[in-house]
Design a protein. Structure first.
Ligand code: NG1
Ligand code: ZN
Length: 533
């Protein structure tokens, strides 16, 4: 590392706070923003190393704490194909972030460089962005110091959404190749999505105006710019756009609020009309929740499971109509949090797999299908078209006009969907396309299946690491004996289901329960929580 003489001095500018242990978890590093300065510096160094390790391919860094409160922040790395950081590097990130002093940090770096055989003379290229959090600029400057310490070539994507940052990484790394993902700019992203949408929805199918809750975050900026590309083919009514109001981000609004409280954000009362569709983004616009009010102004939530059901059924139909049933196998990936009714609905139509919580698990499982649909119940998800499926779509020769139309739709969906990661904007267009084709309103969509009443609670425990699971987190293996007690309780509730797992993003254990009616679901959740505590 002698080739980088500024490294120690720059590192000294960003001392690690004592007594804090950082961990690169399912959402990268995420905690209260005031303690993250050293982490950002070190992530900058690590991103540069990862790029050098991959022969100068561009790595992404996103500074965000998503749906979490405004005073939190976080950072995650994006690999060259626009996907989440390779799991083996999560450990390196954790180790580097916890080195106590500059000397210890440099020592850990040297070990990593040795072990990975990293050629430090290679170029390093990094693109980074941040959400609207007030702590963003200072954290980004710590990141920039880390990148400068290794002489990385940098590109600042500015204030942007997590999915746009992922798009940029993939676009930059595929520029001018056969796999080109689009122009490597925010405009390129808008053009790609709007062009695909306009081919999928004809003028006479133009949907009624859609209310969009931007969570007072970056989604407001991006949706506003994007609206210009949609013209009159989809009218977005933007709400909760106060990105400069202190404390407003994700506060009583946004996708996480809607999912956890199962209520309309109070700010939308009187704004959303009965019969109208609305949707909520989260703070970095990678999650999407839909909802509508019925004629009696009753609120109905359409969550990630409902999106999966809507989209998967639509794609399966298109594949059949195109005559591609034997060549393109469509499958769905869910987690244990998926509503039991959605799993039943989907299983009757196509293969469904359950995996552990965390996008990386869902994403990888979805890659095993030709077309893999994955959505977390909380609204994070996408659809992946495998290279083989894309090849089939590109070369298939339809033999009837109906086949040809269905094929064209599938090709455009492949362009409309941001396949690097969940993307609220792209997923919103996808939903609008399906609703337009099916001539569904919110209530038609909602009635695909009826959600089982459910309840999610958090329990603060002395040590969440005591809780260990198997079978895609549906069974506890530790603490010993606890699962048997849960099973005993669950048996007493008709249609009951419950599981317990440690959170990967918060220092809590989560308890989920479903039952035949709401009060039983609540009761079961609280009784299981009582066992956990
Ligand atoms: P944890 O804290 O591990 O439950 C939460 C979400 C995940 C995922 C991650 C990453 C729930 C119950 N859990 O994980 O689905 O989105 O955050 O943001 O929603
Ligand atoms: Zn998010």
């Amino acid at each position: 590392l002698d080739a980088f003489p500024n490294l120690p001095a720059l590192c000294n500018k960003h001392p690690k706070p004592p007594q804090i242990r950082f961990q690169y978890g399912t959402a990268g590093f995420r905690t209260i923003a005031t303690v993250l300065d050293s982490v950002l510096f070190r992530v900058g160094v690590l991103a540069a190393l990862r790029s050098k390790r991959l022969e100068g391919r561009t790595i992404g860094v996103m500074v965000t704490a998503s749906h979490n409160p405004e005073q939190d922040n976080g950072v995650k790395l994006v690999d060259p194909r626009g996907e989440m950081l390779d799991a083996s590097w999560e450990t390196h990130a954790t180790v580097l972030s916890n080195a106590g002093t500059t000397d210890e940090f440099v020592l850990e770096l040297e070990k990593l460089v040795d072990r990975m055989g990293i050629d430090l003379s290679r170029p390093a290229r990094v693109v980074y962005g941040r959400d609207t959090r007030p702590s963003g600029p200072s954290l980004v400057s710590a990141l920039e110091d880390g990148l400068a310490a290794l002489g990385a070539e940098v590109r600042d994507a500015g204030i942007t959404t997590t999915p746009i940052l992922h798009y940029l990484v993939r676009a930059i790394n595929t520029l001018g190749t056969e796999e080109s993902y689009g122009e490597d700019s925010e405009q390129g992203y808008y053009q790609k999505l709007s062009a695909a949408y306009n081919k999928l929805v004809s003028p006479r199918q133009t949907p009624p105006p859609l209310l969009v809750d931007c969570a007072n975050g970056v989604g407001a900026i991006i949706a506003e710019r994007f609206a210009g590309y949609l013209g009159d083919r989809l009218t977005l009514v933007l709400e909760n756009t106060a990105i400069d109001t202190a404390g407003a981000l994700n506060n009583a609004c946004g996708a996480d609020f809607v999912k956890t409280s199962q209520k309309l954000p109070p700010s939308l009362v009187g704004r959303l009309q009965p019969g109208q569709r609305g949707c909520s983004f989260d703070g970095d616009a990678d999650r999407l929740m839909y909802f509508y009010l019925d004629e009696r102004s009753q609120f109905h939530m359409l969550d990630g499971d409902k999106i999966a059901a809507l989209v998967a059924a639509f794609i399966v139909d298109l594949v059949k109509t195109a005559g591609l049933e034997s060549q393109i196998k469509v499958g769905v990936v869910q987690t244990a949090y998926a509503n039991g009714a959605s799993t039943k609905y989907l299983s009757e139509r196509l293969p469904v797999r359950c995996v552990s919580t965390g996008v990386k698990h869902l994403h990888h499982a979805a890659e095993n299908f030709n077309v893999g649909v994955y959505f977390e119940a909380n609204g994070h998800g996408t659809v992946l078209f495998s290279p083989a499926a894309q090849e089939t779509l590109a070369t298939y020769e339809p033999s009837t006009p109906a086949q040809s139309t269905a094929l064209e739709h599938l090709r455009n969906l492949n362009l409309l969907i941001n396949q690097t990661v969940g993307d609220a904007l792209s997923d919103m267009l996808l939903v609008e396309v399906v609703l337009a084709h099916k001539t569904y309103d919110g209530s038609d969509w909602d009635s695909l299946y009826i959600d089982l009443p459910n309840r999610l609670v958090k329990v603060v425990v002395p040590d969440r690491n005591q809780f260990k699971t198997e079978d895609a987190e549906r069974q506890l293996v530790s603490p010993p004996g606890l699962q048997a007690k849960i099973n005993d309780l669950v048996r007493r509730y008709e249609g009951g289901r419950s599981f317990v797992r440690p959170s990967g993003t918060e220092d809590v254990v989560r308890v989920y329960a479903e039952a035949g009616n709401k009060s039983n679901a609540d009761e079961l959740a609280f009784r299981v929580a009582g066992l956990v505590y």
